[in-house]
Design a protein around this ligand. Sequence first.
Ligand code: HEC
Length: 117
Amino acid sequence: MQGSNCCHAMKNRAMVVALGCALAAGPAWAADAAAGRAKAAQCAACHGPNGIATLPTAPNLAGQNATYLVKALRDYKSGARKDEMMSLMAAGLSDADIEDLAAYYSGIEITVKRPAS
Ligand code: HEC
């Protein structure tokens, strides 16, 4: 996100604005969240149909930063990050698949509530 001041200025705006900034700094093609939703069917067994993990050892992906998701998936694919399950999953993803999946998961709206104390 270096050099893109737009996100800092819009901190309070909706997630979708932040995503727009992230993509503006990214590749030329537009990520397709609807296509990502369809592609995410293969991820649901572990990360849940809504991005909240059903497998205890898998992380939640809902609402995660698109930039982070893209980096994580590229790292699994390149071998920079290794995991028995994810290295296999990422090997089959194209750059467009990765962008679409990141758009889908980052677009899932989540609410958080800190414990009272
Ligand atoms: C068989 C279970 C399984 C499936 C299917 C699976 N994942 Fe994962 N995923 C995991 C586990 C376990 C981890 C944690 C791995 C680690 O420690 O690096 C993970 C990690 C990730 C991460 C890193 C998140 C973070 O917080 O660093 C991303 C992104 C991700 N998965 C995306 C996907 C996508 C997209 C798909 C579908 C194409 C998918 N996964 C399919 C089990 C799975």
